[in-house]
Design a protein around this ligand. Structure first.
Ligand code: NAD
Ligand code: DAU
Length: 363
C-alpha cells in the first residue's frame, strides 16, 4: 500500500540500509525525523538483511527499494521517482578477507558503484539548471568511509584527517578510491559532499564474519575462536549507534567538502578483546570462567594485515560536539546478549549465500 507523508520536509536516500551500520542509520533517521522521507536502497547481497529493519518497516516515512548502485538506469529512475534532496552512501562490500579472495567485486561495488551513484545525484540535481556550474542549494552527498584508507600505525600515534592515504588491502584501496572520487566531484563539479572515516563498529546486526560477532557465535556453538597471527593487532571499537549519531551530526552540521574522522577512543588488541568476550560469554551462559578461553586458536595471519588503527576524532568533537557515549564493557555485554537472544537471525543470515571465504582460500 502506498504511504503518504504529512509535513514532508525532505527526502534522504540511504544506500546499504539493510546492512549492519546502514540499518542503524535508517532506524536513527526514520525515528528521529518523522517528517523526512527515508528511502533505503539496497541490493540485498549476502550482507543485507531486511530483518534488520522489521521494526522500522511500518513507519509511514520509510520506503525500501531493492536495487544496485552499479545500475545507472535503475538509479536514474529511482531519483526521478523519489527526488531525494540528499544521499547518505553506505552500500559497499565491507569485509577485508573477502576482498583478498575477490578484489574485483570491491572495485565494482565500492568504486564503480560510488561513481555511478555520484553521477545519478549530479545529473538529477543539476537538471533544469542551465548554467555551467549548477546550483546545488539544499543538496548533500554524504559518503561513509573507513579509517583503513590511512593504512597502518605503529605502537604510537593516531590517524587525523590530514594523514596521508596509504591503503593496503583491496578493500581499503577500493574505499580510498571512492573517497577520492567523492572529493573530485566536489572540486570539479561543485557537488556538495561531506565524508567521514570511521573506526571498527560493533553491536547488533553485525554480520558474523567479522571478529566480534564471529567470536560470540563460535562460543555459542562451542567452536574454535580463530585469532589471526600473534593476536597483537589493534583496533579502535565504536558502538554502532554512536556511529549513527555521528553521521546525523555530520549530515546536518558538517561543512561541504570536509572530512571528519569518527572513532571510539577504545583501542583493544585482538587477543585481549577475544578474552574479554570469552569472559562475558562465560558469565552470560553460566559457565565456569575460562571455559570459552580454551577455544582460542591462533591461526595463519591475514595477508597484509594492518597492525594498528587508532582515530583522532578531535575535529568532530571540537567543531560539531560529537563524542562516543557507550563504554566498551557495557557495549560488548549488550552485543553478546543480543546475539544470544537472536539465534533465529544468526541462523538465517548464515544459511544464505554466505561462505567464509578466508577459510576456503587461505587454510
Ligand atoms: P555491510 O556489509 O554490513 O552492509 C553493506 C550493505 O550494502 C548490505 O546491506 C548490502 O546488501 C549493500 N550492498 C552491497 N553492494 C551493493 C550494491 N552494489 N548496491 C546496493 N547495495 C549494496 O557493511 P557495514 O559494515 O554496515 O558498512 C557500511 C559502510 O560503512 C561501508 O561503506 C563500509 O565501508 C563503511 N564502514 C564500515 C565500518 C565497520 O566497522 N563495519 C567502519 C567504517 C566504515
Ligand atoms: O576499521 C574499519 C573497518 O573495520 C571497516 O572499514 C571494515 O568494513 C570492517 O570490516 C572492519 O575491518 P577489520 O578487518 O578491522 O574487521 P574484522 O572484524 O574483519 O577484523 C578485526 C580484527 O580481528 C583484525 O585485526 C583481523 C582480526 N580477526 C578477524 C577475524 C574475522 C581475527 O583475528 N580472526 C578472525 O576470524
Amino acid at each position: 500500500m502506498a504511504k503518504t507523508i504529512n509535513n514532508q520536509q525532505s527526502t534522504i536516500l540511504i544506500t546499504g540500509g539493510a546492512g549492519f551500520i546502514g540499518s542503524h542509520v535508517v532506524r536513527h533517521f526514520a525515528q528521529k525525523y518523522p517528517h523526512h522521507k527515508i528511502v533505503n536502497l539496497d541490493a540485498l547481497t549476502y550482507a543485507g538483511n531486511l530483518e534488520n529493519l522489521r521494526d522500522v518497516e511500518p513507519s509511514p516515512n520509510y520506503f525500501f527499494e531493492k536495487g544496485d548502485i552499479r545500475d545507472a538506469v535503475f538509479l536514474k529512475n529511482l531519483f526521478e521517482k523519489h527526488q531525494p534532496d540528499s544521499v547518505i552512501h553506505l552500500a559497499a562490500e565491507s569485509h577485508v578477507d573477502r576482498s583478498i579472495a575477490n578484489p574485483l567485486a570491491f572495485v565494482e561495488t565500492n568504486v564503480l558503484g560510488t561513481v555511478t551513484l555520484l553521477n545519478a545525484a549530479r545529473d538529477s540535481w543539476a537538471r533544469g539548471n542551465s548554467s555551467r556550474q549548477p546550483d546545488f542549494e539544499g543538496k548533500r552527498f554524504y559518503h561513509v568511509s573507513t579509517d583503513e584508507v590511512y593504512g597502518s600505525l605503529g605502537e604510537e600515534g593516531y590517524f587525523t584527517e590530514e594523514t596521508r592515504y596509504d591503503p593496503r588491502s583491496p578493500y581499503s584501496a577500493s574505499k580510498a578510491a571512492s573517497d577520492h572520487f567523492v572529493r573530485a566531484y566536489f572540486h570539479t563539479y561543485g557537488l556538495p559532499v561531506v565524508l567521514s572515516n570511521c573506526s571498527n563498529n560493533y553491536g547488533p546486526n553485525h554480520f558474523p564474519e567479522k571478529l566480534i560477532p564471529l567470536v560470540i557465535n563460535n562460543i555459542r556453538q562451542g567452536k574454535s575462536l580463530p585469532v589471526y597471527g600473534d593476536g597483537q593487532y589493534t583496533r579502535d571499537w565504536l558502538w554502532v549507534k554512536d556511529h549513527a549519531a555521528a553521521i546525523d551530526t555530520i549530515f546536518h552540521q558538517g561543512r561541504d567538502g570536509e572530512t571528519y574522522n569518527i572513532g571510539g577512543n577504545n583501542e583493544w588488541k585482538n587477543i585481549d578483546l577475544v578474552r574479554k568476550l570469552c569472559d562475558i560469554m562465560d558469565e552470560l551462559l553460566g559457565q565456569p570462567v575460562g571455559t570459552s578461553q580454551s577455544l582460542i586458536t591462533f591461526v595463519k595471519d591475514r595477508p597484509g594485515h594492518d597492525r594498528r588503527y587508532a582515530i583522532d576524532a578531535s575535529k568532530l568533537k571540537n567543531e560539531l560536539g560529537w563524542e562516543p557515549t557507550v563504554k566498551s564493557e557495557e557495549g560488548f555485554r549488550e552485543t553478546a546478549k543480543w546475539y544470544l537472544e537472536n539465534e533465529a537471525w544468526l541462523a538465517h543470515v548464515l544459511s544464505g549465500e554466505y561462505q567464509r571465504y578466508y577459510e576456503q582460500q587461505y587454510r
